[in-house]
Design a protein around this ligand. Sequence first.
Ligand code: ADP
Ligand code: SF4
Length: 639
Amino acid sequence: MMAAMRGVKAEGGWGVVCTEYCSIHASSDESPYASASLRDDDDVRNLRLMTDAVHAQGSLAGVELWYGGHTSANLYTREVALDVASLPNSSSLGVPVQSQAMSKADIRAFRGMHRDAATRAMAAGFDIVYVYGNHDYLLHNFLNPYYNQREDEYGGSIENRVRLLREVIEDVSEIVAGRCAVAVRYSMPIQLDEDPQALIECFRQIAELPDLWDITVDDYRYEMGSSRFVKEAAHQAAVAKVKSMTSKPVVSVGRFTSPDTMLAQLANGTQDFIGAARPSIADPFLPRKIDRGRVEDIRECIGCNVCYAQESLAVPIRCTQNPTMGEEWRRGWHPDRIDSRHADESVLVVGSGPAGLEAACALGQRGYRVILAEAEQELGGRINRESRLPGMSEYARVRDWRVGQLAIMENVQIYPDNRLDSESILELDSQHVMLATGARWRSDGVGRWSNAPFAGCELDTVIGVEQVLSGYIPDGHVVIYDDDHYYLGSAIALQLCAQGASVTLVTPETSPALWSRHTEEHSLTMQALIEADVEMITARGLVAWEPGEAVLECVFSKRQSKIQADFLIPISARTPDDELWCELDARRDEFEAQGGLSLQRVGDCRAPGIIAAAVYAGHKAARELGCSEVEFKRDRVVV
Ligand code: ADP
Ligand code: SF4
């Protein structure tokens, strides 16, 4: 699966395509999270699939040799992790185990692991071999005096702390002997003025050692920051600092999606190469599009971090903007190509949220005669409302890219401000109908914590999410009850605070916005809520709303308590907008009698979910029109 995905990236024009972090030993195992591995000859054969796919497109392949240290709980291998000291497991799982402090013999063995892995990397056909001296991993921990309190020649002075990283770079360089380039991934402090000594001085010691520096920052909340809090090219001060200290080429990521920003990085000497993880996921063909002058066709990453959530949930990658991501091998989907229409037929798509827009785009690309009807004046559905929330403007790219693509398709007709009913749909006489009419937020509190409406949900001081998203500003103290746990509750809280309201955020979970841990948004969300003086009450479900107060129940003890407020905004589940579907389904005989061939619903009107799910549903329906659904291939061992 990964080999096919990376082959597509190479086809899309990326000059170098790298693995993710690649374990070099059984004691560096971050299961349940997936990583590449180069621990034996079978791994060599597996990774050969990737290097062959990348080389076939004329690109170079890089491998990121990685040893985790105390980030690895080794849940699968049951080995003991080595590190600079005996440190508690630092993965987000917080497993109650510690690493073993390395002896001199362990250090020798550790160097041997890198030498062996570098030998295997060459056997697998890699062109660039990385040493991973970043994040909270072993090699980085040796540099850090906070962790490294050793009294031997690997601790104490800067020369001593950098010794192991230096030795490993030299070992790997000796093994590859000029046949591969040696790159080092290195974290710089995000706040250069706060800690100028430790990491910068260590860097100075080895600045000329590798062939390439790959620079990141030492705070994952910013390196992997979501667009709500971290914008394009956010770490460039740290990258520029490195660039000023070495004559070797420097590459860095920075969620670069704009060719102008990329060019500026190169022109102002911040870095020599543009690195991209998320932009290459959202649009694997980004470099080709620049090359061919198709800049307006670039499908820019929105910074939602749903791709990262899949890693954090230990399941294969997906992307909000690019529904083909992860499906290159499983379903044979390509990000820039799609099969032509199966017949000269017409399709009516009703609703222009993410599902309807994506369906219309992919159907248009296939060459069908498409009509897209939308009740509102503006295309976009939920995107229009949500992208106006604080920090979320980049979500509008989900709409804008598709609207831009549709505008140049002569076979697609768009009718905004047209609310269709079953009668008008039958009158339009399309052979295929796809309903993408979306969903509405409930305002009765029914959701995960409770399957029954709370008492008082009908009072006019209960404000629905849709009302707030349409611009209504309650004047007074507001309780937001968040049983959704993703971004909406916190984003609305921050919006209301910015408009002058005082807000209390109540959640049945043990922390607000808990699901956003997976998208690496949780910590910065909490910081923003605290800084906005949002009062937070956790582990409480909503039982009733009485004018002026909410009755809450502790999810553990069932004890009840009350809080005072003027308004209540419940955010729990959504109701599919499926009245039209039910009406049409009841008239299916009429539809078929007049030549109708298929009738289906996609996206939130079928099953409410995240935006990525709606885009995916629209794309899948469009790809599969006129074809029988194919079960996706699974990566598995077959004996
Ligand atoms: P999804 O996430 O599934 O794409 P959205 O809620 O974002 O769903 O979008 C649904 C869109 O469908 C909205 O823009 C809404 O105005 C539109 N819509 C709903 N009912 C109709 C209808 N009967 N005719 C035309 N458009 C409709
Ligand atoms: Fe960007 Fe979101 Fe796609 Fe990740 S999932 S690449 S953050 S658009």
